[in-house]
Ligand binder design. Structure first.
Ligand code: PEP
Ligand code: MN
Length: 337
């Protein structure tokens, strides 16, 4: 980082700033100009994250050089992370589509989505057994019973499962059933959950928080990575804006921005991103065109009676049509579905 000193400091005052920098194990290089003196602090400035020099006597301004996250950054790892799950590679040339109902409602209901999405080319089955609902009176999910229905659908279709975990206390049971853990938007900054998931070697899909900046999103991923688990997929799922035509505003530019900043695979969720089934296909295609490595899409055989997120769920037939279009977009950009 560059530390800009106030004008007219004595040698002693400059020395105090130097000692402060060196007390964190960083090296201090002093450059004296005709009007100002600046100090270049060399080393991992993140070590000083909590004790910024900005309020230190004699310091006018501190200009960080490094990003506050490290392990998940492109600077740390130039090549793309490829996550291996059940024989699949996520983050490579192939675009993965994880599809299925918002909530697991019954054994038959899961199958009614799982079978056609597999036929259409999805590579993972999604479905929530523990649901983070805005209202305590809404359907909260079937819990362990729902996990059993997902396992049954995996047996029938061969599709690996992705499902959400809400609470560190449920991690053990959810891990017993799932292939990928999902951490939802509302839990993106549940640091205890991130830390616990970081201690596992189960792949995790982390969704962007409702009002999270990209930097906050990456710092949440850093929580997981810093505990040892580097198998992290990031998912853009729309953010809160003043717009009311859509449930959220899907931040498509987050895809190329994240691709620059991190080596982790990036997914897009056009279902939660828009809240409208008629917008799912165009935004799915846009997400992939922008460079996404995969999609998370809600599919329900009877959206009109779904217990959650019916308005944004595709019927299996519409999903199959989207997969065909997706193939063409993927080919156009040198990728495959
Ligand atoms: C979901 O995937 O069903 C979900 C609850 O998503 P989000 O956390 O993005 O709202
Ligand atoms: Mn949902």
């Amino acid at each position: 980082m560059i530390v800009v000193l106030k004008p007219g400091l004595t040698q002693d005052e400059v020395q105090k700033v130097v000692e402060r920098i060196e007390s964190f194990g960083l090296k201090a290089h002093i450059s004296e100009g005709t009007e100002r003196t600046i100090i270049g602090a060399i080393g991992d400035e993140r070590l000083m994250a909590d004790q910024t020099l900005e309020s230190f006597p004699g310091v006018e301004k501190v200009l960080p050089i490094l990003k506050p996250y490290k392990l998940v950054s492109r600077e740390f790892q130039r090549t793309d992370t490829i996550i291996k799950v059940n024989g699949h590679k996520i983050g490579g040339k192939k675009i993965h589509v994880m599809a299925g109902p918002c909530s697991v409602e019954s054994r038959d209901q899961v199958l009614a989505s799982a079978v056609p999405v597999k036929e259409a080319g999805a590579t993972f089955l999604r479905g929530g057994a523990f649901k983070p609902r805005t209202s305590p009176y809404s359907f909260q999910g079937l819990g362990e019973e729902g996990l059993n229905y997902l396992a049954h659908a995996r047996e029938v279709t061969g599709l690996p499962i992705i499902t959400e975990v809400l609470d560190p206390r449920d991690l053990e049971i959810v891990c017993r059933f799932t292939d990928i853990l999902q951490i939802g938007a509302r839990n993106m900054q549940n640091f205890k959950l991130l830390t616990e998931v970081g201690k596992l070697n189960k792949p995790v899909l982390l969704k962007r928080g409702l009002s999270a900046t990209i930097q906050e999103f990456l710092l949440s991923a850093e929580y997981i990575a810093s505990e040892g688990n580097r198998n992290i997929i990031l998912c853009e799922r729309g953010i809160r804006t003043y717009e009311t035509e859509t449930r959220n505003t899907l931040d498509i530019s987050a895809v190329p921005v994240l691709k620059q900043l991190t080596h982790l695979p990036i997914f897009v969720d056009p279902s939660h991103g828009t809240g409208r089934w008629d917008l799912v296909a165009p935004m799915a295609l846009a997400g992939v065109a922008a460079g996404a490595d995969g999609l998370l899409i809600e599919v329900h055989s009877h959206p009109e009676v779904a217990l959650s997120d019916g308005p944004q769920s595709l019927k299996p037939q519409k999903f199959a049509a989207l997969m065909k279009e997706l193939k063409r977009v993927a080919e156009a950009i040198g990728r495959q579905v």
